[in-house]
Write a protein that binds this ligand. Structure first.
Ligand code: CAA
Ligand code: FAD
Length: 383
């Protein structure tokens, strides 16, 4: 494993940093307060190639590796986590899922629009009674010969009000359990698709999260991804990669809060010297830097494993588990370093603290990551 980034990876990192600082930072507080979807910012991200980074050039994508994607996610997440979750779902769940497991016709039809940002995608697994326990799908896809008839409700869907394409997991044959689940590509403007109210959230407030109802939606058979019954494995495998993206988001949140705390601690004076010269504050900075470095190694390693076609299921769960806990812990500390100023929106750290929490919940809670990791250990997958 190499620790040196290539010139291309460094260029992507620099481009993402510049875009985040110059184009996302100026309006991020207002968008978050008003829960305003970052429409113009997402259009720009499509233009700059951030929405289909790993998609092959033949389908209009950037053809980049997971490492480049992680570096971009990290920089954007230092500033705007509504934009980075939209980016993460589109890249690592929707585009990657279609390109890796979809048919040639599905790739040709959907990837160019998704990679350019003309369309945005949603990944629809969770249901009111199937969150962590994802095999308990109640949404049904009844086989009608040439099409499926889709009925059910998905909740917590990121990009729910703005996406044009949904990857929907649904149960076709309940007797087969998870082996009876299919993943269907559904277009948002098809008859029978209804988008519910937008959730009013603690963090990532300008991303739009909705419940989506499907009522007698006719989905052509050619829109099923993979063989009959492949839907649950499709979701699990796709989420293994998705978790690398969320781990990178958490890493960016922690890094962004650390950079703000470090700069502030050098400027703010108390008792005749910068607060960074008080050991209590200096030690907080030392702990932040150390744990962020450890999280970085885990996140980059999981990307490296994926790029080198090695098994990354456990590594991505470990990276997400650890990076999200570091993000939560150190955004709280970054607020503390800022004192009262940390408690107001202007200084950005309170938003990062609110955003950190979701990284411990979505794409599998910290408890679910521990299930994946402990099962892997018991199967002898590590050491
Ligand atoms: N790759 C391929 N197959 C996998 C797999 C993987 N990573 N993980 C599990 N499977 C397979 C298993 O091999 C098994 O197949 P067989 O029966 O043929 O062996 C099948 O899937 C069922 O696996 P389990 O028995 O392990 O299933 P389980 O019911 O015990 O659940 C779980 C395991 C890890 C808890 C899983 O349900 C899970 O990941 N839950 C969390 C759901 C989740 O992450 N949701 C995220 C929604 S998307 C989102 O959140 C997006 C966003 O916010 C931005
Ligand atoms: P539950 O599964 O009910 O869990 C409740 C608590 O019990 C958690 O602490 C959990 O860890 C714990 N728990 C459950 N089972 C176990 C166990 N076996 N052992 C130990 N502890 C356990 N989903 C999508 O499909 N697509 C999306 O785009 C999407 N975006 C989201 C965006 C936001 C802002 C949010 C909040 C959620 C999103 N989700 C999405 C859903 C998310 O993935 C789920 O919320 C998550 O998987 C947890 O499911 P749940 O909320 O039903 O919690």
């Amino acid at each position: 494993m190499f620790f040196e980034l290539t010139e291309e990876q460094l260029a992507v990192q620099e481009a993402a940093r510049e875009f985040a600082q110059k184009e996302l930072k100026p309006g991020v507080i207002e968008r978050d307060s008003k829960q305003e979807f970052p429409k113009e910012q997402i259009r720009r991200m499509g233009e700059l190639g951030f929405l289909g980074m790993m998609v092959s050039p033949e389908y209009g994508g950037g053809g980049m590796d997971t490492m480049s994607y992680v570096l971009a996610m990290e920089e954007i997440s230092k500033v705007d986590n509504s934009c980075s979750v939209i980016m993460s779902v589109n890249n690592s769940l929707v585009c990657w899922g279609i390109e890796t497991f979809g048919s040639e016709a599905q790739k040709a039809k959907y990837l160019p629009k998704l990679a350019s940002g003309e369309w945005i995608g949603s990944f629809c697994l969770s249901e009111p009674e199937a969150g962590s326990d994802a095999t308990m799908q109640r949404t049904t896809a009844v086989d009608m010969g040439d099409h499926y008839l889709l009925n059910g409700t998905k909740n917590w869907i990121t990009n729910g009000g703005s996406s044009s394409v949904h990857l929907v997991m649904a149960q076709t044959d309940a007797e087969k359990g998870h082996k009876g689940i299919n993943c269907l590509i559904v277009e948002a403007d098809w008859q029978g698709v209804t988008v519910g109210a937008k959730e009013d959230k603690l963090g990532i407030r300008s991303s739009d999260t909705h419940t989506i109802m499907y009522t007698d939606v006719k989905v052509p058979k050619e829109n099923r991804i993979g063989e009959d019954g492949f839907g649950f494995k499709f979701a699990m495998k796709t989420l293994s990669g998705g978790r690398i993206g969320i781990a990178a988001q958490a890493l960016g949140i922690a890094g962004g809060a650390y950079e703000l705390a470090l700069a502030y601690s050098k400027e703010r004076e108390a008792f005749g010297k910068p607060i960074s010269k008080h050991q209590a504050i200096a030690f907080k900075l030392a702990d932040m830097a150390t744990e962020i470095e450890a999280a970085k190694l885990m996140v980059y390693r999981s990307a490296w494993l994926k790029d080198n076609s090695m098994d990354y299921d456990m590594a991505s769960s470990m990276a997400k588990l650890y990076a999200s806990e570091v993000a939560m812990r150190h955004t709280v500390e970054a607020v503390q370093v800022h004192g009262g100023y940390g408690f107001v929106k202007e200084y950005h750290v309170e938003r990062l603290m609110r955003d950190a929490k979701i990284t411990q919940i979505y794409e599998g809670t910290s408890e679910v990551q521990r299930i994946v990791i402990s099962r892997g250990i018991l199967k002898g997958q590590l050491y």
